[in-house]
Design a protein around this ligand. Structure first.
Ligand SMILES: O=C(O)CCC(=O)C(=O)O
Ligand SMILES: [Fe+2]
Length: 230
């Protein structure tokens, strides 16, 4: 929704920067269109099955590397993962530069994301608190939100308990978490249905795109990581 009162940029924790409305409506529309194409089979959008038997309520499609809990692999259901486009890496680099988290973690100009997780949340979907820790690089995670507002819980790096900060991530918002917040627990506690803007091509629900640097280079895939329950 268009804010009557502009929401200020904030740093909810050291190394975590929230820039409201970073993507304009035209950029949001292009991203929604791209997500729609990525969602199609083969290697399209699906509910991720967890090793414990659970199924995530969000639906996910990955680019570059497929996140198969809890490791990155090149194939999903026997199909090659869709490529991670160069323009998305460029957008990620601009995001990191604009968020100016550079001082918190190092050299922003060198941000080279090679993985994206694209999540779709319907009105009932959530994501439990977890760390993004299957990457081998300490580079920041860049997150773009589209459609309905999601309540994003940014916790601490120690455990799933307090302290945490709840942020409303609206359509077009950028969140970068790097440096001391790179391994912060985080999740999405609820979606606020009907809050997304018109004109971006998404009738309901929320899309979130996170960019990461796997740190894997051209490797074929690492051994399974330690379970990290979502
Ligand atoms: O939807 C979000 O804002 C967060 C997504 C997330 O944490 C993830 O994909 O690991
Ligand atoms: Fe995450």
């Amino acid at each position: 929704m268009t804010a009557l009162i502009p929401r200020p940029r904030s740093e909810p924790a050291p190394g975590a920067v929230h820039v409201p409305g970073w993507l304009d409506i035209a950029a949001q529309r292009l991203l929604v269109e791209a997500c729609r194409a990525w969602a199609r089979p083969p290697a399209g959008m699906r509910h991720t099955r967890l090793p414990g038997g659970g199924v995530m309520s969000v639906q996910t499609v990955c680019l570059g590397w497929h996140w198969e809990p809890y490791r990155y692999v090149r194939h999903v259901d026997g199909q090659a993962v869709k490529p991670f486009p160069r323009w998305l890496a460029d957008l990620g680099r601009r995001a990191v530069a604009d968020a100016a988290v550079a001082d918190a973690y190092g050299d922003d100009g060198g941000y080279r994301p090679d993985v994206a997780l694209v999540n779709f949340y319907d009105a009932a979907a959530k994501m439990g608190l977890h760390q993004d820790r299957d990457e081998r690089s300490p580079a920041p995670v860049v997150s773009f939100s589209l459609g309905d507002t999601g309540v994003f819980r940014l916790g601490n790096t120690e455990n799933r308990g307090r302290p945490w900060t709840d942020l409303e991530l609206e359509s077009g918002d950028l969140l970068v978490f790097g440096g001391p917040s790179r391994l912060a627990y985080h999740g999405v506690t609820k979606i606020l249905p009907g809050t997304g803007p018109r004109g971006i091509g998404l009738d309901g629900g929320r899309l979130n795109i996170t960019l990461r640097d796997s740190g894997l280079g051209d490797a074929d895939g690492p051994p399974p990581g330690k379970p990290n329950v979502r």
